[in-house]
Design a protein around this ligand. Structure first.
Ligand code: ADP
Ligand code: MG
Ligand code: MG
Length: 251
């Protein structure tokens, strides 16, 4: 059982406070949907958890099974089992997808993964995501379409088997078929690993596939309301305006 516990988190970007006391706990096997109007700090939260240096934590704590995540270097956080599938994955020319992944995996374990096992797992992930078989040998995200980049983030997740995976608008830019393929891969990966999931998306359709166990709305740097599927449905129907009257927050 893994537990990521975030308490009273305050995060600033370029001296502007974006997160203003955020609390959230994610455990193995849970699926958390994180919603909220654009520009309110969803990506900032994920970046701060992963240790992106642009985001300064000024107050609060992030603990993974009691360990102080904020005291860890960026690479230590991913070795500890945290994973972020990004909204805009970066392209790295000169490093192939398979070399990149193999070094990520090997950095996390004492004995390097056998080439045989690695190739078998990577082929399986590429097949499951219905990607082109030459994907392994192409430079990381170089010349990938938007949809291919997103699928590739899921290939990485499947190979790295994180204990807590965070996905930032991974569904944006996916067509209906791709959305289904990606969702099934996420579900399958969670079934196999029992990872905890934190999924940022605006779309009820994506959540229909993922069946979140928890849902949260982030407004102005705080989670202002939490619930379950009912909350997702309400936002899908009514947007965020009702928050203003019910919770006195302006989105
Ligand atoms: P969301 O993901 O909810 O749309 P973000 O976390 O991306 O929101 O952004 C929250 C606020 O922080 C916005 O005002 C945004 O402009 C600002 N912000 C986020 N990242 C950066 C950055 N790297 N540099 C400057 N401002 C940023
Ligand atoms: Mg945004
Ligand atoms: Mg964002």
């Amino acid at each position: 059982m893994t537990e990521l516990v975030i308490k009273d988190l305050h995060v600033s970007v370029e001296d502007k406070e974006i997160l203003k006391g955020l609390n959230l706990t994610i455990r193995s096997g849970e699926r958390h949907a994180l919603m909220g109007p654009n520009g309110n700090g969803k990506s900032t939260l994920l970046a701060a958890i992963m240790g992106n240096p642009k985001y300064t934590v000024t107050q609060g704590s992030i603990k993974l099974d009691g360990q102080d995540v904020l005291a860890m270097e960026v690479d230590e956080r991913s070795k500890a089992g945290l994973f972020l599938g990004m909204q805009y994955p970066s392209e790295i020319s000169g490093v192939t997808n398979s070399d990149f992944l193999r070094s990520c995996i090997n950095a996390r374990q004492e004995k390097p993964i056998s080439l045989f096992k690695f190739i078998k797992e990577m082929d399986k992930a590429i097949q499951q995501l219905e990607m082109k078989p030459d994907l392994a040998h192409r430079f990381l995200n170089d010349g990938f379409s938007g949809g291919e980049k997103k699928r590739n983030e899921i290939v990485q997740m499947m190979m790295l088997k994180p204990s807590i995976a965070m996905l930032d608008e991974i569904d944006s830019g996916l067509d209906v078929d791709a959305l289904k393929i990606v969702s099934e891969a996420i579900n399958q990966c969670q079934k196999e690993t029992d990872m905890g999931l934190l999924v940022v998306s605006h779309y009820a359709r994506f959540y229909e596939y993922l069946h979140p166990t928890h849902a949260h709305v982030l407004v102005d740097g705080q989670i202002v309301v939490s619930g379950d599927q009912e909350l997702i449905d309400k936002i899908d129907k009514e947007g965020y305006e009702w928050l203003e009257t019910e919770y006195h927050v302006s989105a």
